[in-house]
Design a protein around this ligand. Structure first.
Ligand SMILES: Cc1ncc(C[n+]2csc(CCOP(=O)(O)OP(=O)(O)O)c2C)c(N)n1
Ligand SMILES: [Mg+2]
Length: 328
């Protein structure tokens, strides 16, 4: 399934921006400029892109420790993201959260999350809130294959099902939980096979095909918006880098890596654009250049920004948030 030229360009632009952000983050981490852990989304770009292309500005997403792609696809600002990775005061969390805590309430980005499986419970709470407020919003919950063995997965899908919550559960099955292949952490081959246990639809899609992802997401989002309840969409993909930057990933067989690199979602999209969608190389290059320029600016913004002042070290943490909620 493909779309009109402008839709194709938009999808490619998002994928390319994520690819550029992650490539820069990888290089900057290697140069020692980014403190803490970063888990990159390289190879998985088509999923966040295809799903979020079907969301409205006031819809919600919950994310994971591998969240940069989700945040960019939902409209997050790469300047504030990069500044956060650098630990700078201009970052999304004023430099105190880092890669795994980026959130943007104004865009429905509930937040990246270092706790595996937490997004599922949070999205269930978001779904219940939407139901009680009687709006037509939806919440997309992104999570990995490894997290589907957490109790939160089972509890959340059951509650979301029984209450018909407007949630789309998107499993990004990249074949690994850290270094453990999926076949060694669960006996089911398709995570989507677990959906019937909760009485909800479960679908498997090629997670490296942005059109296939978008089509499946559109249907699941429509279903959620119409009050018909959640869907489990499993997207098969591959994590091109190690679990985190610095992980040499020696547990990944060479042939496996080579086979998946041939299915690289970004390269596949370029091939499609040039061969089947009437794009010229110059048009593709223009998108690439815009993404490079955007990231150059984001990195400069991050580098030029100050670190948080030591005396602000305990500001903007739990206590302030409680105060803010009380004051409302
Ligand atoms: C509750 C909890 N248990 C364990 C961990 C350590 N941990 C971090 S990432 C990860 C694997 C997650 O695998 P998956 O859900 O497939 O996501 P992926 O990293 O492949 O995107 C684990 C076990 C954690 N952060 N939180
Ligand atoms: Mg995984």
């Amino acid at each position: 399934m493909a779309g009109k030229k402008e839709t194709i360009r938009d999808l490619y632009t998002t994928m390319r921006r994520i690819r550029e952000f992650e490539t820069c983050a990888s290089n900057l981490f290697a140069e020692g400029k980014i403190p803490g852990f970063v888990h990159l989304y390289l190879g998985e770009e088509a999923i966040a892109t295809g799903v979020c292309a079907n969301l409205k500005g006031d819809d919600y997403i919950t994310s994971t420790h591998r969240g940069h792609g989700h945040i960019i696809a939902k409209g997050g600002d790469t300047k504030f993201m990069m500044a956060e990775l650098f630990g700078k005061a201009t970052g999304y969390c004023r430099g105190k959260g880092g890669s795994m805590h980026i959130a943007d309430g104004s865009r429905g980005i509930i937040g990246a999350n270092g706790i595996v499986g937490a997004g599922q419970s949070i999205s269930t709470g978001v779904g219940l809130t939407i139901l009680l407020h009687k709006t037509d919003q939806v919440c997309v919950c992104f999570f990995g294959d490894g997290s589907t063995n957490q109790a939160t997965f089972h509890e959340s899908l059951n509650l979301a099902s029984i209450w018909n919550l407007p949630i789309v559960f998107v499993c990004e099955n990249n074949g690994y939980g850290i270094s453990l292949p999926q076949s060694k952490h669960q006996k089911v081959k398709d995570v989507a096979d677990r959906a019937p246990a909760y009485g909800i639809p479960g679908v498997v899609v090629d997670g490296n095909d942005v059109f296939a992802v978008s089509e499946a997401a559109a249907e699941a989002i429509k279903r959620a918006r119409e009050g018909k309840g959640p869907t489990l969409v499993e997207c098969k993909t591959y994590r091109q880098h190690g679990h985190f930057e610095g992980d040499p990933a020696i547990y990944k067989p060479k042939e496996e890596q080579e086979a998946w690199l041939k299915k690289d979602p970004v390269k596949r999209m370029v091939k499609y654009m040039l061969e089947e969608a009437d794009f010229t190389q110059a048009e593709v290059d223009a998108v690439d250049k815009a993404a490079q320029d955007e990231l150059k600016e984001a990195i400069k913004f991050a580098e030029d920004s100050p670190y948080p002042a030591p005396e602000t070290g305990v500001e903007d943490v739990y206590d302030d948030i409680v105060e803010e909620v009380r004051d409302r």
